[in-house]
Design a protein around this ligand. Sequence first.
Ligand code: GLU
Length: 478
Amino acid sequence: MVVRTRFAPSPTGYLHIGSARTALFSYLYARHHGGVFILRVEDTDRERSTPESIEAIIEAMRWLQLEWDEGPFYQSKRWDLYREHAERLLRAGHAYRCYCTAELLDAKRKAAMVAGRKPMYDRTCRSSTARSDGPFTIRFKAPLDGETNIPDLVKGPVVVQNQELDDLVLVRSDGIPTYNFCAVVDDALMQVTHIIRGEDHLANTPKQIQLYRAFGYPMPAFAHIPLILGLDRARLSKRHGATSVTAYRDLGYLPDALINYLARLGWSYGDQEIFTRGELIEKFSLETVGKSAGVYNPEKLEWVNFQHLKAMPAAALAQAVKPFIAARGWPIPGDDTWLAGAVATLRERAKTLVELADSARFYLCDDVELEAKAAAKHLQPATAAPLRDLAGELAGLSQWNIDGLQQVFNAVMARHSLALGKLAQPVRVALTGGTTSPGIFEVLEVLGKERALARLGRGLEWAVAATGAATAVAARTS
Ligand code: GLU
């Protein structure tokens, strides 16, 4: 049997990370089994569905690289199929026309509640043969007794008493088919073998199973995955941080890190935390999807992102950071190899692409502003002489590489009896503007001779000016 799964978003907003995880599990399950992953847009709700939202969902799916093999299918283009299926149920006696008006139904509901009964439809029209010209809904003739079993692959068996279930409206009086009905028709026609979706749909499943039976379609397997909660155990919402997938893209997360994190939020493989996409596909199974809700922890997501950033080849990382550089209005270097070298020196400190881009500023822009405190501390009178010496030696250095740079530093340190820190910190401030940066030799190597010397010259000027100021102060106090 070829495994066929689907993701069926309702396009009423952006792609929420909870829905993205549902999509991911369906995708991973299909890929793991060499199956087919289908994208179906459930846009029957004409008021709430928007083209912008469809666009946003597709964009987010593309960014996450959750490639679908079939679709996107749009329910709004499949009315004929639903109509035909409704007719089929009517003809077979599995459905009936209900002429009860909304007002009447409302009154019935209220009366049932007052009488302490469940607010279910009283099935007046189920046994009536009267036909009317008035508007009608099409209702399912649900079994009145017995039970419906859901052999859920995550939750285990779930049993529902049929008398608890209403005669479901399949087609509304305005002709629009309802979610449960469309979902069954589509899942059956698209030959979906495994319906993987959020636990919030569990209550719909017995109704859908009954519809499958009425149609005589082969029953798919069901897997309901637990919801995602915030650290405070409330359902994940904007209060807990960004909930839209593309917001994470804009915050500088890698798609592979986000899917790694989302996969682990509800699924486990021993105590392994970091997975490549390939490993997720290879190792995913529904058996180790947990039964309890996943708790969303933004710090852990950041950590996972950091691990992926570190593991990514520098060339790919350089490509990934470019949009963030562009967004800051900084020049994108033409030389990809150079940029890869630059980001390779910075990646150990950046948890997101945003942090990586920010930390790359001194490599990209020459208008480095010296942090006042750092300059005051490290570009002092005493630094001027060794800096001048260093600049002179570096100007003559022909092998501009770590070894060559190290030798020059050693010679200057020896001549001025300085430990590395005493020379490296002033150089660092001159080159980067601040006191934290990658290793000084790496920074020098990446900046290249010309830019490094220009910045050292400026640092030297600063130290000399400080010397002047110090002399003035000394003169005044003596
Ligand atoms: N359109 C439904 C939703 O977005 C899909 C439910 C399902 O997967 O059956 O929640």
